[in-house]
Design a protein around this ligand. Structure first.
Ligand SMILES: [Cu+2]
Length: 139
C-alpha cells in the first residue's frame, strides 16, 4: 500500500531504475581500505561477468591507497614481495584504481571470468601490512 506521496515517488524512482538497468547480470562489490590496514569487501563471492568495484579509502586512514585486482590461485597473504611490493608483472592484472586519498572513492568495472582473484594495495609496504583480500568469481 502506498501511504504517502513521498513513498510513491520513491517507488517510482526504484521501478525506473530497474527498467533502465542493463539486461545482463552485474555484480557490485564495495571495497573499503580501512585504518587497521585491511581491505573490507561486502562480499567475497560474485558471479562471473561484469563486476563493478566501488572502492573507497576510509576517511581516517591518513594514507593514500590503491586497489589492484590480480588473477591468481595463491592465497591472499601468500603473494611474493620484492622491495616492499608485489611484482604485478608476475600476475594477470585485471585492473586498478590509484591515488585514493583518505575519504575518497573511485569505481572500476571489470569483466571477470570464473576463478580466484586477490585484491591488494600495492603502494610500498602496504601489502605486507595486511592490505589484501581474496575474491572468488563463480561460473
Ligand atoms: Cu595502501
Amino acid at each position: 500500500m502506498i501511504s504517502s506521496p513521498r513513498t510513491a515517488v520513491f517507488l517510482g524512482v526504484t521501478v525506473f531504475g530497474l527498467v533502465c538497468s542493463p539486461g545482463y547480470a552485474e555484480e557490485t562489490i564495495k571495497a573499503t581500505l580501512l585504518k587497521n590496514n585491511t581491505i573490507q569487501l561486502d562480499t567475497s563471492r560474485v558471479k562471473a561477468g561484469t563486476v563493478t568495484f566501488d572502492v573507497s579509502n576510509a576517511p581516517d586512514t591518513a594514507q593514500t591507497h590503491e586497489l589492484v585486482v590480480l588473477k591468481t590461485d595463491l592465497a591472499a597473504d601468500k603473494l611474493p614481495v620484492k622491495n616492499g611490493q608485489v611484482p604485478e608483472s608476475q600476475f594477470k592484472k585485471m585492473g586498478e584504481v590509484e591515488d585514493l586519498v583518505p575519504g575518497k572513492g573511485k569505481r572500476m568495472t571489470l569483466k571477470l571470468a570464473p576463478g580466484r582473484y586477490v585484491l591488494i594495495c600495492n603502494r610500498p609496504g602496504h601489502y605486507s601490512m595486511g592490505l589484501h583480500a581474496s575474491l572468488v568469481v563463480m561460473p
